[in-house]
Design a binder for this molecule. Structure first.
Ligand code: HEM
Length: 274
């Protein structure tokens, strides 16, 4: 009996271990370089950068550097990095940028950039580059004095234009030397050729641009147009709804093993009584 019992316990343990660890893949490797848009209940605080909900979501920080790829270039920029928070409720999403700027100026501006569909594009407006065939990008552009977000597309320099269908809203709040700018949109739209579609669970690319619109003594703006702080491509992921299948597997494993053990013991008992 003892031998058979030990066997059933080993089997029980083996099955439980296998099913217990068969958790769905989370793609952990890219986590640290990604914006995680966590799933929230009860809607996203679209137009409110100071909503308490923003303190409950993880923050990622990305370095920014002066745009030196294309003339007119710039050697030094105000924003050195940008903090990013994001959330979605399965329907709508919101992304908040937070960055330092010593002064609030009418021409202060910030933008998000995404590739569209599975077409690869360079973060410089989808400009065809040696190693990248050029693809369309969707750019969400907020400017302080306009107090709104422009939903734009580009496929190379000189092609940037606002869409006829504006789907993105947003708001910026300046406090204590810091801008907080929120962009919101539905996760998906009807225009898959011009709008990035956000599928929960999928990693896509995101890039940032920030302009310090401070007016210089010359009367010129410190940063404008191509002269801005930019990032390269990073990752963005709208988190999928919680997945309980692993628990289901584990419960299934426990159940199976218990049945297995019961059958074994019964067989053994029968064997002993005959
Ligand atoms: C190396 C990267 C980049 C380069 C070389 C670059 C270059 C330029 C140039 C040449 C312009 C002038 C207009 C035009 O030619 O289309 C411009 C404007 C603009 N760029 Fe970029 N860009 C870069 C990255 C980005 C990124 C990452 C974003 C968004 C996240 C962005 C958003 C914009 C916007 C919204 C404007 C219009 C600004 C205005 O009207 O003042 N750019 N950029």
């Amino acid at each position: 009996m003892r031998g058979a019992h030990r066997l059933s316990v080993w089997c029980f343990g083996g099955i439980a271990l296998f099913f217990g660890t068969a958790a769905p893949d989370s793609g952990f490797a890219q986590e640290s370089v990604a914006v995680r848009a966590v799933m929230v209940k009860g809607g996203v605080p679209g137009e409110d950068p100071s909503a308490a909900a923003w303190n409950t979501v993880p923050v990622s920080e990305f370095p920014l550097s002066p745009q030196v790829h294309w003339a007119p270039r710039i050697g030094e920029v105000t924003a050195k990095s940008v903090k990013v928070r994001a959330m979605h409720d399965g329907q709508r999403m919101a992304v908040m940028l937070e960055y330092a700027d010593p002064s609030e100026d009418p021409d202060d501006a910030a933008a998000l950039e995404f590739m569209i569909g599975d077409k690869k594009a360079h973060f410089a407006h989808g400009q065809p580059m040696a190693q990248v065939e050029g693809g369309p990008v969707n750019i969400w552009y907020w400017k302080n004095k306009d107090a709104k977000v422009l939903d734009m597309n580009a496929k190379g320099f000189g092609t940037l234009k606002a869409q006829s269908q504006q789907d993105v809203t947003g708001k910026g709040v300046y406090q204590n030397g810091t801008w907080k700018v929120v962009f919101t949109r539905s996760l998906t739209t009807g225009d898959v050729d011009h709008d990035t579609q956000f599928k929960p669970g999928e990693f896509i690319n995101i890039a940032f641009a920030i302009w310090d619109g401070k007016k210089l003594e010359s009367g010129d703006l410190k940063e404008k147009g191509s002269q801005k702080a930019v990032s390269s491509w990073w990752y963005f992921r709208a988190e999928p709804p919680p997945d309980y299948s692993a628990y289901l597997y584990a419960a299934l494993a426990v159940g199976l093993a218990a049945v297995f053990q019961f059958v074994i013991i019964r067989k053994l008992r029968k064997g002993r009584s005959t």
